[in-house]
Write a protein that binds this ligand. Structure first.
Ligand SMILES: CSCC[C@H](NC=O)C(=O)O
Ligand SMILES: [Zn+2]
Ligand SMILES: [Zn+2]
Length: 470
C-alpha cells in the first residue's frame, strides 16, 4: 500500500538515511571530538607556553631584585653585569658610562628607522633604599614569591619592576618584529635615592646625553591602590634643612631664658603651625598632597650623653633639628625663605641653619619645570591612548610629592611624565615588606608595549617649529 505521506522514492531515501544515521552520528562525534581534542591540545600547549614564558619573565625580575643595590654600599657592579646580559639577549646596543668612579650608568639603545627625529628616553634607577631585615617577613633581597604571587623585595615597587618591565616590553616587541621609527634609549642610573647628583645629574649635563637628542622621557611614578594608573607632570622641590641652636648652659632645675633647647623648641612650635596649616588644606580636600609645601622633622639632637644615659640635670648649650621640606611648585619661594630667616631660624634666637640640599622649583629659564599634562601635549594623548589600548586607565595628572631623576631632565627643557604601570597595590616604597604581585607586574609589561609602540612610532610634526620641539 502506498503511503500518501511518503512516496516510494522518498521512503527509500528515508530508509537509506536512517540506516546510515548511526554511522553519520558516529563520524560527526568522532570529528567533533577529534577537533576538540586537537584544539584543546593546541590551547593547552599555548597555555603551557605562556606559563613557561611568564615563569621566565618572573625569574629575570626576581634575579634583578636579588642583587643588593641598597645604600650605603650598593652592588652596582652586579646590577650592570645583569643589565648588560639582558641587553645582549634582547639585542640592544649597550654602553656603560661612569661619571663618578664606582657609580656606573648603563645606557641601552634600540635604533629607530629615522635617527634624525628626536629620541625617547626611558629612565630608571638601579639603587634602592636600605631595608631592616628583622622587620620583614622575608629576606628583602631573596625576592620570595608567596602562594598569592606576591613578590617581596626591596625595589619590587621602587623601581626595579619598572626597569624590568621596560626590558620585557622591548623583548616582546622585538619578537613580534616591531621596528621603531624613533630611537629608544634606556638609562639605568645610580644614586637616585641619595639625590641623583652623581647619577642622572651628571648624565643630563654630559655631552653623551646631548648627543642622544632626546625629545621626551618617562621615569617612575607611584603605585596606586585603586585600578587606575597615576601620572605626574611635575615635582615638589626638596629642601633639606638643619637648624642649630645655641644658648647658655645651666642647671637642670633653673628656669631661665635663652637656653639652646628653648630656642629650638620655639622653632619647632612655629614650624609645626605651618605644617598644620598646610596639612589642613589637604585634609579638607582643598589641595592635593603635592600642591602644598610639606615640612617634617626627621631628627632631633641634643643633650649630654654618657655611657649611663643622658645627663639629667644639665641644660645643654647646643641642640639641632633636621627637616625634610618639599616645596610645592607654586609656592612663593621668597616668602618661604623670609619665614625661615625671620621666624624659624632667626639669629636673634641664637639660631643658624644650613641646607644639605636645596633645589628650586624653577628651571634655568625661570619657568616652572612642568610638563603640559593635557590634550594639547601629543605625548600626553599618546600615553593616555596607549594605556587605554592595554586595558588600563590613567588617573588625573598630579604633581609628584617626592622627587625623581626626571627633574634633571625637565630642568634642561625636555618634557616627561612620571608613570609606573602599577595598580591595585598598597604603596610600600621605602616601607617594610615592599611587594608586587606577579600578575600586576606582567600586566604592566603590556602597558609599556603599547606606550613604546606609540611613542617610537610618533612621526615628527610637519611644521618646522613644532618639529624642533618634538
Ligand atoms: C632628594 S633626592 C631623594 C630622592 C627620593 N626619591 C624617591 O624616594 C626622595 O626622597 O624624594
Ligand atoms: Zn624611585
Ligand atoms: Zn625611592
Amino acid at each position: 500500500m502506498e503511503n500518501k505521506m511518503y512516496p516510494r522514492r522518498s521512503r527509500r531515501l528515508f530508509f537509506f538515511s536512517w540506516s546510515f544515521l548511526p554511522v553519520l552520528v558516529a563520524l560527526a562525534v568522532l570529528f567533533i571530538s577529534t577537533a576538540a581534542v586537537l584544539s584543546y591540545g593546541t590551547n593547552k600547549r599555548g597555555e603551557e607556553e605562556e606559563e613557561e614564558e611568564h615563569a621566565a619573565v618572573l625569574r629575570r625580575f626576581r634575579h634583578y631584585l636579588q642583587i643588593n643595590t641598597a645604600h650605603p654600599s650598593p652592588d652596582y657592579k652586579s646590577a650592570v653585569e645583569f643589565l648588560l646580559s639582558q641587553a645582549s639577549e634582547i639585542g640592544l646596543d649597550s654602553r656603560v658610562l661612569e661619571f663618578v668612579e664606582g657609580k656606573p650608568l648603563v645606557l641601552l639603545t634600540w635604533k629607530g628607522k629615522d635617527p634624525t627625529i628626536s629620541s625617547i628616553l626611558l629612565n630608571s634607577h638601579t639603587d634602592v633604599v636600605p631595608a631592616e631585615r628583622e622587620k620583614w617577613l622575608h629576606d628583602p633581597f631573596a625576592a620570595v614569591q608567596d602562594a598569592e604571587g606576591n613578590i617581596f623585595a626591596r625595589g619590587a615597587q621602587d623601581m626595579k619592576c619598572v626597569s624590568m618591565q621596560y626590558l620585557e616590553a622591548i623583548r616582546n616587541l622585538k619578537s613580534k618584529s616591531f621596528q621603531p621609527l624613533r630611537t629608544l634609549h634606556l638609562s639605568f642610573v645610580p644614586d637616585e635615592e641619595v639625590g641623583g647628583i652623581d647619577g642622572a645629574g651628571k648624565f643630563v649635563s654630559s655631552p653623551e646625553f646631548q648627543k642622544l637628542n632626546i625629545g621626551f622621557s618617562l621615569d617612575e611614578g607611584i603605585i596606586s591602590l585603586g585600578d587606575t594608573y597615576r601620572v605626574f607632570n611635575g615635582e615638589r622641590s626638596p629642601w633639606w634643612l638643619k637648624i642649630k641652636a645655641t644658648g647658655a648652659p645651666g642647671h637642670g632645675s633653673k628656669l631661665y631664658d635663652g637656653s639652646a633647647l628653648e630656642n629650638l623648641l620655639k622653632s619647632l612650635e612655629l614650624i609645626n603651625k605651618f605644617r598644620e596649616e598646610q596639612f589642613n588644606l589637604v585634609k579638607s580636600g582643598e589641595k592635593a598632597e603635592a600642591e602644598v609645601t610639606s615640612i617634617n622633622c626627621v631628627y632631633l639632637k641634643a643633650g649630654t650623653p654618657t655611657p649611663m644615659g643622658f645627663v639629667m640635670n644639665l641644660q645643654p648649650s647646643e641642640a639641632e633639628a633636621g627637616f625634610d621640606i618639599r616645596v610645592a611648585p607654586q609656592e612663593d619661594v621668597k616668602e618661604l625663605q623670609r619665614i625661615l630667616d625671620e621666624e624659624w631660624a632667626p639669629a636673634s634666637r641664637n639660631l643658624t641653619y644650613t641646607f644639605s640640599l636645596k633645589e628650586n622649583p624653577l628651571d634655568k629659564d625661570g619657568q616652572l619645570a612642568l610638563t603640559v599634562g593635557d590634550d594639547s601635549n601629543p605625548w600626553f594623548v599618546l600615553l593616555k591612548e596607549a594605556v587605554a589600548k592595554a586595558g588600563g586607565k590613567l588617573d588625573k595628572v598630579e604633581i609628584f610629592p617626592a622627587v625623581t631623576d626626571l627633574r634633571y631632565v625637565r630642568h634642561v627643557g625636555i618634557p616627561g611624565f612620571g608613570f609606573s604601570p602599577l595598580a591595585n597595590t598598597p604603596l610600600l616604597a621605602h616601607g617594610h615588606n615592599e611587594f608586587l604581585n606577579a600578575g600586576e607586574f606582567l600586566k604592566g609589561i603590556g602597558v609599556y608595549e603599547e606606550i613604546i609602540k606609540a611613542y617610537t612610532s610618533f612621526p615628527p610634526p610637519a611644521d618646522s617649529e613644532t618639529r624642533a620641539e618634538l
